[in-house]
Design a protein around this ligand. Structure first.
Ligand SMILES: Cc1ncc(COP(=O)(O)OP(=O)(O)O)c(N)n1
Ligand SMILES: Cc1nc(C(=O)O)sc1CCOP(=O)(O)O
Ligand SMILES: [Mg+2]
Length: 221
């Protein structure tokens, strides 16, 4: 997939998280988000056994194909390959990106987290297909995320590099537009979607807001 196509498909990335799902199972949450227009489902379950993760991954693989959405597996590059996901996402404490790339091969998508310019430069050098940049705002979704960094890193990176940027951390329909205008290709959320009363409606609202921001004249060139 070329960069422009990938950037388009990264518009709205929903991370599963059973701790925030209010008793709803991962497949139910993902289906509702896909119905609302999520373009990526990231399987992120810090509690699951490997066997459970594989089962969830296989179910999400089928579902994401039916909705023409991407499936990314968080942390577990081996599981990403085993369930034939589109890719994997690794952070700064996870498998190093060059090893993840070896396992994923050249075709699958490799996402890497970056919270600083140095981390971003390293991830780009290591061949990340997209960067997960955050935490942009204060977040409830990741306890060890560190302090909010705001939009500056997004605008700096967008001005200098073509690698698509996915903003994460405290994103909502209210604050997403300014981050898209700063140059993010898309946003990633946990609580704004998976903890919502109506997951489909929350996803739809986010998607509409992001699409409008992408088309606004103030959008990043
Ligand atoms: C799109 C996206 N961006 C950042 C992250 C965070 O990854 P990481 O730092 O490894 O933290 P955990 O998600 O593993 O807790 C992400 N998952 N997705
Ligand atoms: C999983 C994750 N990674 C982050 C990072 O900054 O890398 S912030 C985060 C949690 C995002 O949850 P919410 O959308 O509810 O704020
Ligand atoms: Mg991780």
């Amino acid at each position: 997939m070329n960069r422009a196509a990938l950037a388009h498909r990264l518009t709205l990335h929903v991370l599963t998280d059973r701790e925030w799902s209010r008793g709803r199972d991962t497949v139910t949450v993902a289906r509702a988000a896909l119905e609302g227009g999520a373009t990526v489902i990231q399987l992120r379950d810090k509690l699951a056994s490997t066997r459970e993760l594989i089962e969830q991954g296989q179910a999400l693989r089928e579902l994401t194909r039916a909705y023409n959405a991407l499936l990314i597996v968080n942390d577990r590059v081996d599981v990403a390959v085993a369930v034939d996901a589109d890719g994997a996402h690794v952070g700064q404490d996870d498998m190093p990106a060059p090893l993840a790339r070896q396992i994923l091969g050249p075709q699958r998508i490799l996402g890497v987290s970056a919270g600083t310019l140095d981390e971003a430069l390293g991830a780009i050098k290591d061949g990340a297909d997209y960067l997960g940049v955050g935490p942009i705002f204060a977040t409830r979704g990741k306890l060890d995320a560190g302090p909010a960094i705001g939009a500056k890193l997004i605008s700096t990176l967008a001005a200098r590099f073509p690698t698509p940027l996915v903003a994460i951390g405290g994103l909502t329909a209210t604050n997403a537009p300014e981050i898209i205008r700063a140059g993010a290709a898309g946003i990633a959320v946990i609580t704004a979607v998976v903890a919502a009363d109506d997951i489909t409606a929350a996803t739809r609202e986010l998607l509409t807001t992001i699409q409008a921001a992408k088309q606004s004249p103030q959008a990043h060139p």
